[in-house]
Design a protein around this ligand. Structure first.
Ligand code: COS
Length: 419
């Protein structure tokens, strides 16, 4: 694939970032491109490449070396999502979800023991992780959580379920929310916990040597449910999580009791930067394919890239990519600097989700009939892009977050929350 260049990179990236990106690109060209179409068609989870990505250290990019990481930063993590997504968004989200949704809350809110026990395994890619927030009645309204945790003498008992969980079936370490107290002041008391279970794919994990840690203390009463059959991200795993009198030791509460909602919101801010970079990568990948195709395709004795109608669209496309890069890299740098970045994360995610949808639709259009077939990767990228306006907070939720920064919170009856 033709590699897009960008002077935006000069503004943000260090030599280490560039080396990381070059390493991922080489890996993707050699190991991902040959299987990307097949894992999409078969909805097969690419365990062989999970092992290789673990070996390259991709799961540990932003974590300190003492926890098994590479000691890089939030921008490094964003680059992992972006570069993998150019080639295969399913690979990208498998790594991105483990970093930003499972490992990040443990790094941000965990005790030293929790970090040693769980973060190190996630950072080394020994097992995959996931984050359980969404429930059948708690999607955009994340406070609608119905999963409950009942306090016993030395443990908690969880009952309920989570849906649409990336890595839910393949993963082993999970951070989930549950209601730990009755509603007060119009709000439920929500806390978060670390749970573990064996991966669904025991044989495959054992064959490649990652994905299963037999010595993890698995949570009794916790299991994965059905795996979703999806429009896109078909090489990634999206599954249900089920808690049936799941027994969670007291020391597995993550962060303070009652801080689960706020902590999850903070985790989602980081997840949104990762999703934004993922979607930026999809738009870039689609453009790289389209440049090549439009330079080779001849109609009316003319390369189609020489038609002004195509040139203008390609110019808009690249311009939007450069704008998306500024938003994403800026949000990642604010996060790294410990400055507020909720609004910037929401803006980056909103912008890049619309960019990825638009760009991949254009890519299919410019490829003509070829673009509509699975011979070319752009139809897969178009399907993969569609999750951008839905996952990690819909575009409507991003607009709510941005508008609150602009106008302050909207007025609404508090008693509605108590229901
Ligand atoms: N960081 C830290 N704290 C935050 C926060 C953030 N990004 N966002 C909200 N909070 C805090 C608020 O400050 C408030 O704290 P106080 O109780 O001290 O006032 C508390 O959390 C509740 O916030 P709020 O009243 O805004 O909650 P709402 O129920 O109105 O929900 C939205 C806010 C809609 C923004 C939230 O529910 C949301 O992001 N929903 C989408 C969930 C989502 O993305 N799901 C996809 C998961 S896929 S992994």
């Amino acid at each position: 694939m033709i590699e897009l260049t960008s002077t935006v990179d000069d503004r943000y990236l260090t030599d280490e970032h560039r080396m990381l990106r070059a390493m991922i690109r080489e890996f993707a060209e050699n190991e991902i491109v040959p299987i990307a179409r097949e894992i999409d068609a078969q909805a097969r989870f690419p365990w062989e490449n999970v092992a290789k990505m673990a070996e390259l250290g991709l799961f540990g990019v932003p974590w300190p070396e003492e926890y098994g990481g590479a000691g890089m930063d939030a921008l490094g993590a964003a680059l992992v999502s972006e570069e993998l997504a150019k080639f295969c968004p399913s690979h990208s989200i498998t790594v991105g979800a483990t970093i930003t949704l499972a490992a990040a809350p443990i790094y941000d809110f965990g005790t030293e023991d929790q970090k040693r026990k769980y973060l190190t395994r996630l950072a080394r890619g020994e097992v995959l992780g996931a984050f359980g927030l969404t429930e059948p009645d708690a999607g955009s309204d994340a406070q609608g959580t119905k999963t409950r945790a009942e306090e016993k003498s030395d443990h908690w008992v969880l009952n309920g379920s989570k849906i649409f969980i990336t890595n839910g079936g393949v993963g082993e370490i999970f951070v989930v929310t549950a209601v730990t107290g009755d509603s007060s002041g119009g709000r439920k008391e929500i806390s978060s916990f670390i749970l573990t279970k064996p991966t669904r794919d025991l044989e495959e994990a054992k064959a490649v040597g990652v994905g299963h840690a037999a010595d993890l203390d698995y949570t009794p009463g916790f299991r994965h449910g059905k795996k979703e059959d999806k429009l896109g991200w078909r090489g990634s795993d999206t599954s249900e999580l089920i808690f049936e009198d799941a027994i969670v030791p007291k020391e597995n509460m993550l962060g303070q009791r009652g801080h689960g909602f706020k902590n999850f919101m903070r985790t989602l801010d980081g997840g949104r930067v990762s999703m934004a970079s993922h979607l930026l990568g999809i738009a870039e990948g689609a453009l790289e394919h389209t440049i090549k195709f439009t330079q080779e395709r001849v109609q009316f004795n003319t390369r189609i890239c020489d038609f002004q109608a195509i040139r203008f669209e390609l110019a808009d496309w690249w311009t939007r990519i450069e704008a998306g890069k500024h938003l994403v890299y800026h949000a990642a740098m604010l996060k790294q600097a410990g400055q507020p970045y909720s609004k910037e994360a929401a803006m980056a995610k909103l912008f890049c989700s619309e960019l990825a949808d638009w760009a991949t639709t254009k890519a299919v259009q410019f490829h003509g009939g070829y673009g509509y077939t699975t011979e070319y990767p752009v139809e897969r990228l178009m399907r993969d892009a569609r999750i951008g306006g839905i996952g990690e907070g819909t575009s409507e939720i991003q607009r709510i977050v941005i508008a609150r920064h602009l106008l302050g919170p909207e007025q609404r009856p508090v008693e509605k929350r108590a229901q």
